[in-house]
Write a protein that binds this ligand. Structure first.
Ligand code: MTE
Ligand code: MO
Length: 357
């Protein structure tokens, strides 16, 4: 296809997506012709060995193809001073759609993953309530639940881009501390209603059962709005890495507030001043003073593929894929620019045309 036939969607190589459809149909047409020719010339399809004998049978719990092993998280930051601490990043550049498979959800642990037997785990609600309550896992399973798609992002995500000389990297290495799942759980408001929040209460302090005792105090209005006690992640029980048997899920806010392995919720008048909201997770300004509570994550978008460091080996057209999310609400529309913001096009219509060298 000559350059001038390609309908431009925006400047610098962004073109209308239907050109790809045209190319696809063309290719299928060519294939059809060549297979007819193959039959006429006496050639036949080779039958591969795996087609000639039965494969392995059904299994109790599935796993991905052994040929997709490179679609993996990248664990980082092992530190002997903090056993089990560190993070792993989701392979955003190798995934499609918005949902992150559970095995590839990013991880951030301060003291590793506790091995919690749900039969002996409790969730305590106490402090400024009419009646302190203690729930077993079984108790919680009998409450009405809701299912919602939410992105979860570590507040340190994409941090390398704030440096003076940002390193080149893939969507995974730069932005991989974000994932999206369908979370199913009990609205926190349901349990707080049952405990009876006293009028002077302003904060709900959440504490995890891991050795780090991760603790954050959530303003009561947010706690009563959309916060979940999440018990399921993409349809199955929350993974140990994500907080099994239960985690707090605070939509749109810094990942650290979504306390995993949740074991206590305490109602108080004042913030709890936990380590995780004083020495950690404050934002230091240029004048060296720190903002203490900076909860919502900003609006963000990432082109996942083609991604940094990826080799585009064939000439021709490439579809641009990406994700966009916001701690401040739902994303209504996304546009893409290839010329530093001078011209824009809707992403579903965008392709990059690789120039022949
Ligand atoms: N109990 C506990 N909760 C925790 C953490 C932790 O180390 N311990 N890490 C926090 C941080 S910093 C983030 S970004 C998210 C990460 O959630 P994920 O590992 O499910 O992706 O969990 C938060 N909740
Ligand atoms: Mo985080």
């Amino acid at each position: 296809m000559s350059n001038d036939k390609l309908e431009k969607a925006a400047d610098n190589g962004l073109i209308n997506r239907r050109h790809l459809l045209g190319l696809g149909l063309g290719a299928a047409g060519t294939l059809a012709t060549s297979s007819v020719m193959a039959a006429e010339s006496g050639l036949s399809l080779e039958i591969p060995s795996w087609s000639k004998q039965p494969g392995i049978g059904p299994s109790a719990y599935g796993k991905p193809s052994s040929y997709t092993r490179d679609i993996a998280r990248t664990p980082a930051n092992p530190n002997p001073l903090y056993p089990g601490g560190g993070s792993s990043r989701s392979p955003l550049h190798l995934l499609q759609g918005t949902i992150t498979p559970n095995s590839l959800h990013f991880e951030r642990h301060h003291s590793g993953i506790p091995d919690i037997n749900p039969a002996s785990h409790r969730l305590l609600i106490n402090g400024l309530v009419r009646q302190a309550l203690s729930f077993s896992y079984e108790d919680l399973l009998s409450y009405p639940m809701v299912s919602k798609f939410y992105f979860l992002e570590c507040s340190g995500n994409s941090g390398t881009l704030w440096g003076n000389n940002p390193a080149d990297g893939s969507a995974q290495s730069i932005h991989g501390l974000v994932s999206c799942a369908q979370w199913t759980g009990i609205p926190l408001s349901t349990l707080l209603d049952e405990a009876g929040v006293l009028p002077e209460a302003r904060r709900v302090s959440a504490v995890g059962a891991d050795a780090a005792s991760m603790g954050r105090s959530v303003p009561l209005n947010k706690a009563l709005d959309d916060v979940l006690i999440a018990l399921y992640q993409n349809g199955e029980p929350v993974r140990p890495e994500q907080g099994y048997p239960m985690r707090l899920l605070v939509p749109g806010w810094e990942g650290n507030i979504s306390v995993k392995w949740l074991t206590q919720l305490k109602l108080s008048e004042q913030p709890s001043q936990f380590r995780d909201e004083t020495s950690k997770y404050t934002d230091t300004r240029e004048d060296r003073l720190s903002l203490q509570f900076t909860y919502p994550m900003g609006t963000k978008s990432v082109i996942t593929s083609p991604s940094g460091l990826m080799a585009l080996k064939r000439h021709g057209l490439y579809q641009v894929n990406g994700i966009a999310w916001s701690g401040a609400g739902a994303i209504r529309r996304v546009e893409v620019s290839a010329d530093g913001g001078r011209s824009w096009a809707m992403p579903c219509l965008i392709l990059i045309r690789m120039k022949k060298p």
